[in-house]
Design a protein around this ligand. Sequence first.
Ligand code: DQA
Length: 153
Amino acid sequence: MKLLILQGPNLNLLGRREPQHYGARSLDALSADLDALAEALGVALVHRQSNHEGQLIDWVQEAGAWAAGALVNPGGLTHSSVSLRDALIGVELPFVEVHLSNVHRREPFRRTSLFSDVAVGCILGFGPEGYLMGLRGLVAHLRAAAAPGPGAG
Ligand code: DQA
């Protein structure tokens, strides 16, 4: 099973950007933690980060052809991007929405997500650990969805 890990604007700055909200772990370190868990779970990850909305949309569209699902932290686009939302819906890519910070404890404009109502699930406020929780949840969800239902066979 191949999964997309999609990181939105400014997440390349992890480790030095507002550590009180986002922690001290760099994006590379976080990605390595995810790869270690992926290996244990028997899945493969493709990591992508961009500061550009159109690039993120292109990657989502491409992933529609090869990915079973995605972990998505849209960064600030969480609160504004109809187009990235539309791309995920358009290619029917099941995804888990992850945020390092608990956006509900912050400025009011962060309380609206254009992704939560179409995500498989959402994890927020657990820092880098949330990505690991999200990966476990996504894989469990996809495996359950692929398993034959009761009475099959
Ligand atoms: C974030 C929360 C967003 O509001 C913010 O713009 C980010 C990071 C998070 O992971 O907590 O860039 O998605």
